[in-house]
Unconditional design. Structure first.
Length: 255
């Protein structure tokens, strides 16, 4: 039997920002990690709800196959390919909640991160972006220091307007002109931001740091604490870490 054409599945929330970002990334990486990007066009709560309703006796791919959001071509991709790695990329989604309900939403995300915690499992590995995917460019991509300690208030009014804020303050380089080094810089900046969040030190993590401090659940618990206490969050795109999932040598890259 021939190998699957695609061995890595990226399930992303949106068909615009997320899909464009990871489709461009997929076109640049080495051929041994062949990626298929599938937009879900809904939030992670829908996938999680379906799995819980079946008491966990299903898989993420099975849930997608019965989902009305995907078209027949996308479902055919899921059927014909045996994916070794599954990643899910979704927004925090606090902007649709009243401020007093954010604690419940944050707790629900915590549950999801404990379920979707392994890219080789039937559920996959979930990356949550704070506050949303557009955070990947909320700094100057050629200057990682411009992301250091960047925060945003977690009020509904600000979160609803976040895309416009990034449009004014963020890097506006056309994503179709991105190089692999641009993706490296984005990943590097957000790794350093994550280290600041968990260790109070804005630095490139070692591999040990990555698995000790930067697991998605660790980052979420740290963000959850400052959101509930201070009504702010660090701007942090954890889905950019998928670069390091493919290129662990990025930890040692000096430029």
């Amino acid at each position: 039997m021939e190998d699957s054409r695609y061995n890595t599945l990226l399930i992303v929330e949106g068909e615009k920002c997320e899909y464009k970002y990871f489709s461009k990334f997929a076109s640049l990486i080495s051929k041994d990690r062949r990626i298929k990007v599938v937009p879900f066009c809904n939030d992670i709560y829908e996938i999680y709800k379906s799995i819980k309703e079946l008491d966990g006796n299903t898989t993420t791919i099975d849930v997608l196959l019965y989902c009305l959001n995907l078209n027949d071509d996308q479902k055919e991709i899921l059927i014909k390919n045996k994916f070794v790695y599954i990643y899910l990329v979704f927004d925090l989604e606090l902007q649709n909640d009243r401020i007093e309900n954010q604690k419940d939403s944050l707790s629900k995300i915590e549950e999801m991160l404990n379920l979707f915690n392994n890219e080789t499992s039937e559920y996959g590995k979930l990356f949550i972006n704070y506050p949303m995917m557009e955070s990947y460019r909320h700094f100057k991509i050629d200057d990682v220091m411009t992301l250091e300690n960047k925060t945003i208030t977690s009020t509904n009014e600000v979160l609803i307007n976040y895309k416009n804020i990034v449009g004014m303050e963020g890097d506006n380089k056309n994503i179709y002109s991105y190089t692999l080094n641009d993706f490296y810089n984005i990943c590097k900046a957000h790794l350093m931001q994550a280290m600041l969040l968990t260790t109070n030190c804005f630095k490139i993590p070692s591999i040990n740091d990555y698995y000790e401090h930067l697991l998605p659940i660790n980052l979420h618990l740290a963000q959850q604490e400052i959101i509930l206490k201070k009504k702010i969050m660090l701007v942090l795109n954890t889905s950019s870490f998928i670069y390091t999932e493919f290129y662990q040598g990025a930890f040692n890259k000096k430029n």
